[in-house]
Design a protein around this ligand. Sequence first.
Ligand code: PBG
Length: 324
Amino acid sequence: MMTRRPRRNRQSEVIRNMVEETTLGLNDFIFPLFIIEGQNQKIEVASMPGISRFSVDTLLEEVNSCVELGIKAFAPFPSIPEQLKDTNANESFNPDGLFPRAIREIKKNFPDVVLMTDVAMDPYSSDGHDGIVRNGEILNDETLEVLGKMALTQAQAGADIVGPSDMMDGRVAHIRKVLDENGYHKVGIMSYTAKYASAFYGPFRDALDSAPKMGDKKTYQMNPANSREALLEAELDTAEGADYLMVKPALAYLDIIKMLRDNSNLPIAAYNVSGEYAMVKAAAEKGWLDGEKAMLESLLSIKRSGADIILSYFAKEFAQYLKK
Ligand code: PBG
């Protein structure tokens, strides 16, 4: 006699739905957006089918279509013209630069959306690194000064949450201090707590032309072999004042998401990065798997592992899926 038959709870759709442990909803998502200079521009990223780079005018149309679908939070990233890049990323704290202009326009037209803005030097750096480079070394404390100015410029433009993605030591504390000293105590910090030196950022660097000109990011982004180190980063970010902890990438790091979830009371975010998106899209284009099912399973797995918030290029497609 078999007393325990787990299949009993799988025998019909109603029962399966009743015992379902994890559900995805639009409140879980932040949708990344790529911004370029110009007018009436919408240029698809070659390695990210379905994802485009928008000039500010068409960006507003894109935000509008997402808001109509029920997406309420966005993570915009600017693509900065090469001639405006320099070693100090000065354009990153120019209040009239592309990024602050775009933030102001989005918040003016859509005051209720939440904008989480990226704080890192790489889109503005002539070296393509997240920190100041001197003699081949990525300087930490000098970089914090730039990050503080960048975060303040974004807050002044209307950012609700700033997201330091640079992995310099001490950046959360420094940014918190600069924001508070300038009256921006309500602006939150979503720290890229456990950001790994990953091959899965390739398509993103295509989208922003932000790949490092020399070397790699291994002296600041984490070694994919390490998990205890993520706990150390989480402890520091929490002590320094982070409001959210993020793990990035997501799918190859579900154990890290789960570990932070089990060890922290802060909301945990996961970044389902460009390469994870591109893999599903490429295989679906070849007819090698069902793209929609693979999307849903990937997103569900990220949530099941413990993420409260998912940054994903699939957010809009997921919203469209819910509508139909
Ligand atoms: C920049 C940054 C990167 C991503 C987000 N912010 C790239 C990098 O660190 O090289 C990657 C996002 C993605 O791949 O979707 N600091």
